[in-house]
Design a protein around this ligand. Structure first.
Ligand code: PEP
Length: 249
């Protein structure tokens, strides 16, 4: 049985004042029936963790370096994220792939570091609009999975997020059939590569313009175990609506 997960990606948004949203969310979901994860900017991880001492909300990072330490100005290691209070890290988000030229092999190396450091790696995959229109979606996703997911993946240390790039922050969402097709494909590939036991235990998140108003129908799709949410995770009321939809799914 996979425990459902509502994960919020604050991206490069938020200063200390915004932790009041996290605190409000924590009060609204003191005993959640699903896992809740908030990934604030690295500067807030430690303070965010202190705001949720009950552990009802997990805190995560948005990226990590493949090395544990060293001469990498501006980077953060998996070990540092754990030290600050993180239990998970988003890796290979399309904004990292686009803004920083991250390739599948970079994402794989970072994922190995994250898993070895005791973090859950949320590995993002997703196609561009051009790739979807050229009917290349499944090829792209398959390639990203082979290249980015390390051999040591288990249901404990890996979460896969399907995030069509054209749906991120745009208000556009694939049809429910399209989401189901990709999630079923990801599940089948995981089962083929890692065996049925591991393949079935990995949680699959959908990400891309999830809101309280569309969450319930998305969560009813096969092999959707939760969501990775950008914009709608910044406000406690919005994210709470998504969490409630997931709890009822
Ligand atoms: C994201 O960037 O991970 C994301 C899904 O963003 P949004 O929910 O704002 O589309």
């Amino acid at each position: 049985m996979r425990r459902k997960l509502a994960a919020g990606n604050w991206k490069m948004n938020g200063t200390a004042a915004d932790l009041s949203e996290l605190q409000a969310l924590s009060h609204m979901h003191a005993a959640p029936a699903v896992d809740i994860l908030i990934c604030p900017p690295a500067t807030l991880i430690h303070r965010a963790k202190e705001k949720v001492p009950g552990g009802n909300i997990q805190i995560g990072g948005q990226d990590c370096h493949a090395a544990n330490s060293g001469a990498h100005t501006g980077d953060i290691s998996a070990q540092m994220l754990v030290d600050a209070g993180a239990s998970a890290v988003i890796l290979g988000h399309s904004e990292r792939r686009e803004d920083h030229g991250e390739q599948n092999e970079d994402v794989r190396a970072k994922s190995i570091a994250a898993m070895n450091g005791g973090l859950k790696a949320i590995i993002c995959v997703g196609e561009s609009l051009e790739q979807r229109e050229a009917a290349n979606t499944l090829d792209i996703i398959g390639g990203q999975m082979s290249g980015s997911i390390p051999d040591q993946a288990t249901g404990e240390n890996l979460i896969v997020a399907y995030e069509p790039i054209w749906a991120i922050g745009t208000g556009k969402v694939p049809t429910l059939d399209e989401i189901g097709q990709v999630h079923d494909f990801i599940r089948a590939r995981l089962e083929r590569r890692f065996g049925e036991g591991v393949g079935r235990s990995v949680r699959l998140l959908y990400g891309g313009s999830v809101k309280p108003s569309n969450a319930a129908e998305i969560f009813a799709v096969s092999n959707v175990d939760g969501a990775l949410v950008g914009g709608a995770s910044l406000k406690a009321d919005d994210f709470s609506g998504i969490i409630q939809a997931l709890e009822k799914a």
